[in-house]
Ligand binder design. Sequence first.
Ligand SMILES: Cc1cc2ncn([C@H]3O[C@H](COP(=O)(O)O)[C@@H](O)[C@H]3O)c2cc1C
Ligand SMILES: O=C(O)c1cccnc1
Length: 355
Amino acid sequence: MEQTIGALLADTISRIARPDEEIMGAVQKRVDNLTKPPGSLGVLEEMVVRLSGIQRTEGPSLDRKAVIVMCGDHGVVEEGVSAFPSEVTGLMMGNFTRGGAAINVFARQMGAEVVVVDIGSKAETPPGVRNEKVKSGTKNMAQGSAMTPDEAVRAVEVGIAIAMELAAQGCKAIALGDMGIGNTTPSAALTAAITGRPVDELTGKGTGIDEDKRKAKAAIIEQALAVNGIDKHWRSELTPIDVLARIGGLEIAGLVGVTLGSAAHGMAVIIDGVIASAAALVAYEICPDVLPFMFASHLSEEPAHEAALTYLELTPALHLRMRLGEGSGAVLLFPMLEASIAMLNQMATFDELGL
Ligand SMILES: Cc1cc2ncn([C@H]3O[C@H](COP(=O)(O)O)[C@@H](O)[C@H]3O)c2cc1C
Ligand SMILES: O=C(O)c1cccnc1
C-alpha cells in the first residue's frame, strides 16, 4: 500500500530514542579499568562509549558500514555561484559507478560500502546508481522556493528508507556523502537560517570561486533568504521542513532522512563537510534527539561547517584542510572508531593485571 507523504517521517521521528545510558555507564566503567591512566585515550574513549549506547550493546561493532552519496542538482547554479557547471554532477555519478572518485578510493580502503543515490540530478541516472529521483534539480532559490514541502518530505523519506534497508542488512554506521554542483550555496543558506550567523561570514569559495564571486554568492544567499521569507524569527512561522524546502537541496533533504533513519534504527551517523553538516542541522531542528547519534569527522575549509558544528557542540576529530564532500572526510573517521572498539575488546584491565 502506498504510504501517505510524511507518514514514514512521522513514524521515524517517533522511533528515535536517546542512546542507552545504562550501557554507556557500564562501558565507561570498563574503559576506566583498562590498563592506562583514566581518560588518557581521549576522544577514542568517548567514541566507544557512545557507539555502545547507540548500538545498545556492550560489544559494539563496525563490521558493516556504508557511505551514502546523495546526488542532486541546484537551480541556483544559474546565478553563477559555482566554479563548475551542473553537468559535472551527472559525470561524477558515472565516476562513482566506475570506482574512480575520491570517495570510492577512501571507502575501499576503509572497508565501507558506497551507496550512490540519484535523488535529484538533472542528468539521466547512470546504470549502477540507485534512481530515487524526486525531481530533476531544484528551482532557483534566489527567485522562489527551491522545492515544495511535499518534495522535501519525499526526499527526506528516500533517505530514511535507504537507512532502514542498510540497518536491516546489519549496517552499524553511516557516513553522509553528497554530490551536487552548487550545493555549498544552499548549505550556507541553511546554516545561516539555523545558526543565525551572518551570511557573509558563512559563505565560502566552494569548488574554488574567487573573492568577487564569493561576495556575489553571499548576496545571492541573502536574496534567497529574503525572497523565501526566512528571517531571524522563522521559527515562529515556519517548520524546519519549510526552510529545507525553500532554501535546501534534494541531496541535503535526502541526508536529513539518512540522519533521522539511522538514529531511529540504532546506527551512528558520521558527518562529512558543509553539506552534511547543513543536513545534520536540519535533522537536529526536526528532532533534537538525533544529536547523540552524530560524530563529526573532519573540519572543512568551508566556513559554514565550523558554524554548524559549533551550533551542534560537536568537535571534529580530523583537521585535514579538506573541502571536497562525497563523504570523503567522513569515511576517514571509520578507522578511529574501529580503534576505539579494539581498545575496548583487546586491552587488558587493571583487574587482570592484579592492580
Ligand atoms: C569534479 C568535482 C567532484 C566533486 N565531488 C564533490 N564535489 C563537491 O563540490 C560541489 C560543491 O561546490 P560548489 O557549491 O562550489 O559547486 C558539490 O558537488 C560537492 O559534492 C565536487 C566538485 C567537483 C567539481
Ligand atoms: O565541506 C565540504 O564538504 C565541501 C566544500 C566545498 C565543496 N564541496 C564540499
